[in-house]
Write a protein that binds this ligand. Structure first.
Ligand code: GTP
Ligand code: MG
Length: 214
């Protein structure tokens, strides 16, 4: 099993050299209040890492975390160039950036704030020099994918981003209804992998970690 440790690096509101330093980026996006920051905390097992709030619109910058992954093995082909890999020993550490993005679609923000946040999300995903190894689109399992979620999904598809869908807050669905609800979400989402998740209970954590770390 791979182990993770993470620390906050910086909050971005515009371009930054770290976006082009070659470190693989995992972007967490989704509607405001869907649980992006909580999910990062629960995946890393570090509760206070990303700031969360019961009030939507908490995250207003792109918060970048450095995540160190231990216990991973070299990628196929790496052995040719890496003496440590040739020896058969596990690679010491892999470094990733996890990016906690502001949420979209919070109606109570001022028009100006809404535009600013949308511009920031749009710039990071589609205009900046950043390259995402994985874009994790988080939806609310209880609510299901909304118009805003589909708008985001279509844009990600159109730009050929590597998409992974997380159906968060599954703890809020009654057990007897969960399977049918997830079937319905999967049908509506289409070809993408959908991982049921709960930051409250830890359901889906091993699957999501495996999907993100590969
Ligand atoms: P913004 O930064 O505003 O875009 O929100 P966010 O998507 O980062 O959401 P955040 O992690 O701050 O969580 C929003 C609220 O949802 C908080 O009250 C969390 O406690 C709650 N929450 C997050 N994940 C879960 C979950 O899996 N289950 C339940 N029941 N509540 C959750
Ligand atoms: Mg947040």
């Amino acid at each position: 099993m791979k182990s993770l440790s993470a620390r906050f690096l910086k909050g971005l509101v515009k371009d930054d050299p770290i976006l082009e330093d070659g470190t693989p980026q995992i972007a967490f996006i989704g509607r405001s209040n869907v649980g992006k920051s909580s999910l990062i905390n629960s995946l890393t097992g570090q509760k206070g890492l990303a700031r969360t709030s019961s009030f939507p619109g908490r995250t207003q910058e792109i918060n970048v975390f450095v995540v160190l992954v231990r216990g991973s093995y070299p990628a196929p082909g790496a052995a040719e160039h890496d003496p440590q890999a040739r020896s058969g020993a596990p690679a010491a550490e892999e470094r990733q950036y996890w990016l906690d993005l502001p949420g979209y679609g919070y109606s109570r923000h001022s028009l100006e704030t809404k535009r600013r946040l949308h511009r920031l999300i749009d710039w990071y995903l589609y205009k900046s020099p950043a390259w995402q190894k994985q874009v994790v689109l988080i939806i609310d399992a209880e609510v299901g994918p909304t118009e805003n979620d589909f708008e985001m999904l279509r844009a990600l598809e159109a730009t050929k981003k590597p998409i992974l869908i997380v159906a968060n807050k599954v703890d809020k669905i009654r057990k007897s209804k969960a399977a049918a609800r997830l079937r319905e979400i999967r049908t509506r989402i289409g070809i993408h992998k959908v991982i049921p998740y709960s930051s409250e209970t830890g359901i889906g954590r091993p699957e999501l970690i495996a999907a993100i770390l590969g």
